[in-house]
Design a protein around this ligand. Sequence first.
Ligand code: AMP
Ligand code: MG
Length: 323
Amino acid sequence: MRVKATEENIKLAGKIIKEGGLVAFPTETVYGLGANALNPYAVAKIFEVKKRPTFDPLIVHISKIEWLEKLTTQVDEKALKLIEKFWPGPLTLVLPKSNIVPDIVTAGLPTVAIRMPSHNVALALIENAETPISAPSANPFGYISPTTADHVERMLGDKIDLILDGGKCPIGIESTVLSLIDEEPKILRPGGLPVEEIEKIIGKVKIQPSSEKILSPGQLKKHYSPKTPVRIFKSLDELSEINETENVGILLFKKNELKIKAKHIEVLSENGDLIEAAANLFSALHRLDDSGVSVIYAQAVTETGLGLAIMDRLRKASAPAEN
Ligand code: AMP
Ligand code: MG
């Protein structure tokens, strides 16, 4: 349903987000497809709706600076100067993440991208939701970013709980993404805030050279993959060939009786629900990786809906290390 962004409707939208639903909302850059950033199941639904064949890290939108402390473990002086000057506005900062940020928000990375939008509707929505909102652009995979509610409605109208119509986005291109993880700040994506403006405040910043440009954020080399070797299996019968003297970890899509003993088992979704499985995937991989097993057997899922992105991630995890 598409509604005008009145005070009353923003309240309703906030409630929908708080309760785990999806709301498309205007920001000064583009329309975002928002979910409660602290609810992994709600965030998984974003990927379901966008039909992205990969998981990629999402920007977390905040309305108050207090959230920055809760979502990160370190905010250095450069970050503070930039925030002082450019927030609210089209600048996204990548910082070390705290434990409250679910792994699906960051695609398993130890860092989180945060921004405070300057659009009044976006700010009011976050306030009403009483939680940070993670949101990519509100378009299906492969389509251009929406800058009007009409774009969103045409592309995703039947798939989301509410579209807040706040008119045309004033900037119309995405935010500039700046990583403050390494000693030298680095532009990961040029966007609505010019690099020159950033350099006036913190000095020279590196720009990711085009040779390193990623075709899709999901192809980022630093994307999380377990250190433990991962092997994908299709049917449970294949597990009977496992040598039990191996220190085995198993990642099951749904609950199953196993005939073999494993040191650590993770079940992504008791009933085999793809959205729940996606919400749990990264945390489960982390736990398996930390459990001290020497190999992880991961159950294949059907490649429909979120199954496509889940399999993309499992294949990446099972491919030999690139470097
Ligand atoms: P979009 O979802 O279209 O707004 O794009 C979000 C951008 O932020 C993408 O280019 C992501 O790769 C980038 N991004 C989000 N989180 C991180 C992170 N933790 N580290 C690096 N880049 C990130
Ligand atoms: Mg996008």
